[in-house]
Design a binder for this molecule. Structure first.
Ligand code: B12
Ligand SMILES: C[S@@+](CC[C@H](N)C(=O)[O-])C[C@H]1O[C@@H](n2cnc3c(N)ncnc32)[C@H](O)[C@@H]1O
Ligand code: SF4
Length: 618
């Protein structure tokens, strides 16, 4: 019998207190495919599953009987994995090291020369290649250096879940809340230049079988796993089928309570179907929202990144229908795209605010090694980048020093300037964006800015620019935070690590845009800043409006130790709202530790955890 070690290491994911890890689904899928072959089943067994960043020496010790190692490379584990391959080969010169996965830098002509401990790499889907590799090994034939097969069209693939491949892992780690992924299809017909959807973009989508999907869902529920990530690039694109899958998820949730939260990437040209699906999820309280992955609203930029002519770009229309159906929407934007300027970025923010999209996620543009942008657009748009290390060390940053010392720290290449936005402009507009997010999306000022827009046609960007300038001049504390955020950004670019602690809140690079509210809440300043915005707004509205705004905003923001257990009735004295209000906690979950609360402000934001629910008291 030959021994195979399967390596797909992840960082801990989600809120710290949950101790969550993704199941090593990709290598699990390869194994479930392989053991359909009797010869392979009779001659090979799994020696070890490496699902997290164990110390290299511990993995080396565990691999003393291993013959072949399959390693799955992603942006979040590449350096660890490459070092692991190297030290394994040093320890056991006969071991075979096989690499695959989306982060494989196969376009680099020197990759194999520079990493001569690698026996083979597999480009794209791995199933057919690993079968060929294990068969060749059994037949004592030499392995090829590079394997690349046509995509599998008939995805009649066995599932690692229902074959029980993860059962032992789950038993051995009762302290872990595992996160499964549900594969419903592969591929994506679009070719957005910043993306590399498993190297299967600009390609036909092929479907996995319905029976398998249903069985996988049952497995998720049987194992009581609360959170499920769908891997589809365009869920809802196959109208009837995807609605059927949504119905399956809903039915499983109704029967068992699982899964209770999902992450989904929705179809871009099927607004009605997507809305129907999201509505179904929300009706059974599955925590999700309508994610509008807009990235930008600037026409020219959409053209540059090949995302024009998608129906989601008609925001008014889709948001209108979402509101009609009472489906909350959230949107994702990317700062620093080719062609974006400070003005066009602000215009994009204005669009999002006008449409009252409750949650906004902003990312700095990242260069993924196999994306069309990496391959073709760097020179054209003069994309300048730096390496950011702290995207992954958020939940366990003490590990960073260890990884740095051992040359296995992971990073993402992030854009710092382009030919249409300078470094300095990017810093300033990023801080301004963090300011808007912190105040508007987290509930300090949204009620008053929306009122001003609706009744006085005051543009949001105008309001926030005035407020920003006012606070920068008159509020030493907030001004200090904004300066520290900017310095944090500058340090981030120099060292790759945003080592900024602002008033006792540690700011990690990836949380940059969402950092102001945790700082405000950690310092018990919610009420203070609502009053500050109230004072500033007195120049535009009456005192009655201000009084109502202050009272309601205070209740709207979910604050530690001021949780709303029973709904609160609010009498409204001005025309800020058309009727009296009832304010209640959206989820009824109350945390014991402030640290966990601050964590949830970030992780719960996409489902509106951070804001209490306001309804009209009819
Ligand atoms: C689920 C998911 C997540 C989950 C985490 C998943 C996990 N840790 O396991 C969450 C939501 C947390 C996530 C987050 C992020 N993700 Co993500 N995610 C995915 C997603 C949607 C599905 C992955 C999956 O299971 N696919 C199904 C499996 C079967 O496909 P596969 O992994 O490609 O495996 C096949 C082949 O690659 C190959 N293969 C894989 N491994 C191996 C190994 C060997 C030996 C061989 C031979 C073959 C082989 O064979 C497999 C079967 O055919 C993919 C997109 C996609 N659909 O693939 C993006 C994707 C992997 N994510 C991506 C990115 C960029 C991110 C983020 C960095 C985004 C961000 N800006 O912050 C974060 C960071 C994550 C972190 N750890 O901190 C990129 C990765 C690019 C890269 N070069 O690694 C992808 C490809 C999407 C994209 N935007 O282009 N992600
Ligand atoms: C998992 S991706 C979903 C992609 C989705 N299929 C789409 O069409 O947008 C989630 C979000 O991550 C962000 N993202 C994806 N690639 C990125 C990149 N290269 N740089 C920065 N952010 C990125 C985008 O805002 C994207 O909407
Ligand atoms: S961003 Fe989404 S739609 Fe665009 S290529 Fe990637 S997966 Fe496809």
């Amino acid at each position: 019998m030959f021994n195979v070690t399967l390596v797909q290491p992840n960082f801990q994911t989600g809120p710290k207190h949950l101790n969550s890890y993704y199941l090593p689904y990709s290598v699990g899928s390869l194994w479930s495919y392989l053991i359909q072959n009797q010869q392979i089943k009779d001659n090979y067994q799994v020696d070890n599953w490496i699902f997290r960043r164990e110390e290299l020496q511990s993995v080396v010790n565990r691999c003393k009987n291993t013959d072949i190692v399959f390693i799955s490379l992603y942006i979040w584990n590449k350096n660890y994995c490459l070092m692991l391959g190297k030290v394994l080969k040093e320890a056991y010169p006969n071991i075979k090291i096989i690499l695959g996965g989306p982060e494989l830098p196969h376009r680099n002509p020197n990759f194999l020369k520079e990493n001569d401990y690698i026996d083979s790499i597999v480009i794209g889907e791995g199933e057919l290649a690993v079968l060929e590799i294990l068969t060749a090994y059994l037949d004592k034939k030499p392995l090829e250096q590079v394997y690349e097969f046509d995509r599998i069209q008939d995805l009649n693939l066995p599932s690692p879940y229902t074959l029980g491949l993860f059962d032992d892992l789950i038993k051995q780690h009762p302290d872990i809340e595992w996160v499964p992924t549900l594969e419903t299809d592969r591929g994506c017909p679009y070719s957005c230049t910043f993306c590399d959807w498993g190297s299967a973009t600009a390609s036909k989508m092929y479907k996995l079988y319905d029976e398998r999907i249903l069985a996988d869902l049952k497995w998720v529920a049987d194992n009581k796993l609360p959170y499920l990530a769908l891997t589809s690039s365009n869920f809802g694109i196959f109208k009837d089928r995807d609605i059927m899958i949504a119905d399956m998820i809903v039915a499983t949730n109704k029967q068992t309570g699982f899964p209770s939260g999902i992450s989904v990437s929705y179809a871009k040209n099927s607004n009605d179907t997507v809305l129907e699906i999201v509505k179904k999820f929300i009706e059974v309280n599955i925590q999700t929202g309508l994610t509008l992955s807009l990235q930008t609203t600037t026409e020219e930029v959409l053209e540059n990144i090949k995302r024009k002519n998608m129906k989601i770009n008609s925001i008014d229309e889709i948001i209108g229908s979402a509101k009609e159906k009472n489906v909350p929407a959230l949107t994702e934007l990317i700062l620093g795209m080719p062609g974006e300027t400070v003005e066009t970025w602000k215009a994009t923010l204005e669009q999002i605010l006008i449409n009252e999209i409750p949650t906004l996620d902003v990312y700095f543009l990242q260069l993924l090694v196999n994306s069309p942008m990496y391959v073709k657009q760097i020179q054209e748009y003069d994309l300048k980048t730096f390496y950011a290390y702290d995207f992954f060390y958020g939940v366990q940053n003490e590990k960073f020093e260890y990884d740095k010392k051992h040359k296995i720290s992971e990073s993402i290449e992030v854009i710092k300037s382009t030919n249409t936005i300078s470094e300095n402009e990017m810093e300033d507009v990023a801080v301004f964006t963090a300011f808007i997010l912190g105040l508007h999306m987290f509930g300090i000022s949204n009620i008053i800015s929306t009122y001003l827009y609706q009744t006085q046609n005051k543009s949001y960007i105008e309001f926030y620019t005035q407020l920003y300038d006012h606070l920068k001049q008159n509020d030493i504390v907030l001004n200090g935070w904004l300066d520290q955020l900017k310095t944090g950004l500058q340090d981030w670019k120099k060292t790759g690590y945003m080592e900024t602690t602002i008033d006792n809140v540690f700011i990690e690079g990836w949380k940059f845009f969402h950092s102001i509210m945790p700082i405000i809440q950690n310092n018990n300043l919610v009420e203070h800043y609502i009053n500050v915005v109230g004072d500033f707004s007195k120049q535009f509205v009456t005192q009655d409006i201000i009084d109502d705004y202050i009272k309601i905003s205070n209740l709207q923001i979910k604050q530690f130790e001021s949780y709303i257990h029973d709904s609160v009735h609010v009498t409204v004295k001005s025309n800020l709202f058309p009727a009296n209000l009832i304010i209640s906690d959206r989820y009824g979950d109350y945390l014991d530790k402030k640290e966990d609360h601050l964590d949830m402000l970030f992780f719960g934001r996409r489902r509106g955890w951070h804001l209490n629910k306001i309804s009209l008291d009819k």
